[in-house]
Write a protein that binds this ligand. Structure first.
Ligand code: PMP
Length: 296
């Protein structure tokens, strides 16, 4: 599904066949979830492939690594270049790109001496589909920001996301909504939340959530449209009396939310600010950021 015999991945500066690479089973990342990753999308545009906000994603990868003491000796611009080359070599345009920084064999809990970086890409449709989501408020809360570096995209944090996703699906919902450990609304397992009330947008402030690159884009688009956005700590009751809501993330893009537990949002999605932003986002990502000029 993710690769075939011809698929190339980028591994420590080289392009190699995915089917001919292997992972060391003693990797500290495999045992302890001590690694960092990114999720990026590339789009086919009129001027060729465009990797949306690629620098921001690699910069966040670097920040994530540094926040948890994983040495990151890779150059952000080179990684951006490598991503374009990877897509071209694999003949991919509309694709999802997954960089992963992983550690050498080490069974101790000390910081690593040596790490690797791999980047792979595959075609991936809308992560959460295109129908409005029915959310379940999770019984799991997001990890406490004093337990982990919650603003870093760390492999091990995703056990929390997997537990919440499966719990929601097992109960017949499409997706989970997680609160923080103080009971304020936090985010989805892989997306940030916005809700609309009286023509104003609300979104949880930074601190107990992943600072989403799509979230930042939504803030920029809202400013462009003259829509006021309030960032803060919000109770579930505030969400469950809102007019409309949406999730946003690189994989999910912007996706409307139909309900949260038994509360159904009253505003028709097609009349919401979210829908307007969804359309704008879809156009924005398909505007070329960088044109492929090199031949490899
Ligand atoms: N929160 C979590 C927990 C995520 O995994 C993601 C996806 N990276 C997001 C929010 C959205 O972030 P972004 O818009 O940068 O993809």
């Amino acid at each position: 599904m993710y690769y075939n015999n011809e698929t190339l991945i980028y591994l420590n500066g080289k392009f190699v066949k995915a089917s001919e690479t292997s992972t060391d089973l003693y990797s500290q990342t495999l045992h302890y979830g001590y690694g960092v990753f990114e999720g990026i999308r590339a789009y086919a545009t009129a001027n060729g492939t465009s990797v949306f906000k690629s620098r921001q994603h690699y910069q966040r990868l670097k920040n994530s690594a540094e926040l948890i003491n994983i040495p990151f000796n890779f150059d952000v611009d080179q990684l951006v270049e490598a991503t374009y080359e990877l897509l071209e070599r694999n003949n991919l345009s509309d694709a999802y790109v997954r960089p992963l920084v992983f550690c050498d064999p080490n069974m101790s809990l000390s910081r690593p001496n040596n790490v690797s970086i791999m980047i792979c890409a595959w075609e991936w449709g809308a992560y959460l589909g295109d129908k409005q989501l029915r959310l379940k408020v999770s019984s799991y809360c997001r990890p406490h920001s004093k337990s982990v570096k919650i603003e870093a995209k760390v492999c091990g944090h995703y056990v929390n996301s997997i537990l919440a996703t499966n719990e929601a699906k097992d109960h017949g919902f499409d997706e989970a909504l997680l609160l923080d450990s103080d009971g304020f609304i936090a985010e989805g397992p892989g997306a940030n939340l916005f809700f609309e009330k009286g023509g104003v947008l609300f979104t949880p402030q930074l601190g107990n959530i992943l600072p989403g690159i799509t979230r930042a884009t939504v803030l920029e688009m809202a400013a462009k449209f003259g829509v006021e956005v309030k960032q803060g700590q919000f109770q579930l009751e505030e969400l469950q009396s809102a007019d409309s809501a949406f999730y946003c993330g690189t994989a999910a893009e912007i996706i409307g939310i139909e309900s949260v537990d038994d509360y159904k949002f009253p505003l028709d999605w097609s009349d919401s600010i979210g829908k307007k932003l969804q359309n704008e986002y879809s156009e924005l990502v398909r505007k070329s950021e960088k044109v492929l000029t090199t031949t490899h």
